[in-house]
Design a protein around this ligand. Structure first.
Ligand code: NAP
Length: 263
């Protein structure tokens, strides 16, 4: 049996990410943008991946103004063969990698019915395939770093929801559990977050539909949606030594969403 003693480390110091190097997918907007910024505020240098290069460049400038390094990684995660080389190149540029955040994701209209196989492939490639290949590519870098962390952004749709989007996110939660066991001997933790509704472009369609929005708020104890920075704060925690005994699990961050309506 081995334990780590943090008895002499002040608690707030355990949340700091000074000197860590992170790779964040879907960093051009929404939750991923907030994660990139929050990791940098906590002390990390960050590689920012997505397709929209101008937005990544804007965020990189904000991060560099904080005194951290930022590397822009133009990347289409629908091209699974591009994932590994992008992570390797970012690790080279940053001098290593301690944190991978698989955040990028796409949704679609509808429940189980997708009649276009290309749309099915696109969603499962970005939501699940890119997580799989990202974890595999990051593993040697995280192992070399000594205390690597992978944070996967799943969804409440993967724990309590249904449909093909939910299936892709349930896959993310399952990979999280599986990789946590496989990678533990390399000192790597693997954790997932399952957000409820967050105020980003992805949720705009729901927010624009008063009936859907009323139902959602009625089934959320706090009767509100999350700000992206609330998800980012949880990522900072999970990526930090403060969360050193957390691995393999999916943590809900959903304001108390349930099948039951609030009173
Ligand atoms: P968003 O505002 O739509 O942003 C999605 C991000 O993913 C963008 O940065 C986008 O960048 C990137 N992305 C999409 N397709 C990509 C591709 N083919 N290659 C590379 N990057 C791609 O969504 P969000 O709300 O921030 O969602 C972030 C994550 O949280 C997703 O995994 C989502 O499923 C999950 N989530 C969201 C909510 C919510 O209510 N918003 C709830 C639960 C879980 P580019 O377009 O520049 O490529």
């Amino acid at each position: 049996m081995s334990t780590i003693s943090y008895a002499t480390v002040p608690v707030l110091e355990r949340f700091l990410l000074n000197g860590r190097r992170a790779f964040v997918t879907g960093a051009s907007r929404g939750i991923g943008r907030a994660i990139g910024l929050a990791l940098a505020e906590a002390g990390a240098d960050v590689a920012l991946a997505a397709r929209d290069e101008p937005r990544l460049t804007e965020l990189a400038a904000e991060i560099e103004a904080l005194g951290r390094r930022a590397v822009v990684v133009p990347l289409d995660l629908g091209d699974l063969e591009a994932v590994g080389p992008a992570i390797d190149a970012a690790a080279d540029a940053l001098g290593g990698l301690d944190i991978l955040v698989n955040n990028a994701g796409v949704t679609y209209r509808g429940g189980f019915g997708i009649d276009d196989p290309a749309e099915f492939d696109r969603m499962f490639d970005v939501n699940l395939g890119a997580v799989l290949f990202g974890c595999q590519a990051a593993r040697p870098h995280l192992a070399a770093a000594g205390a690597g962390v992978i944070v996967n952004i799943g969804s409440i749709a993967g724990t309590k929801g249904t449909g093909l989007y939910g299936a892709s996110k349930q896959g993310v939660h399952a990979l999280t559990r599986g990789f946590s066991r496989e990678y533990a001997n390399d000192g790597i933790r693997v954790v997932a977050l399952a957000p409820g509704q967050v105020f980003t472009d992805m949720g705009a369609r729901v927010r624009a539909n008063p009936d859907e929005m009323n139902t959602l708020l009625h089934h959320t104890a706090q009767a509100r949606v999350a700000d992206p920075s609330e998800i980012a704060a949880a990522v900072v925690y999970l990526a930090s030594p403060a969360a050193d005994f957390i691995t393999g699990t999916t943590i809900a961050i959903d304001g108390g969403r349930d099948f039951f309506a609030r009173r």
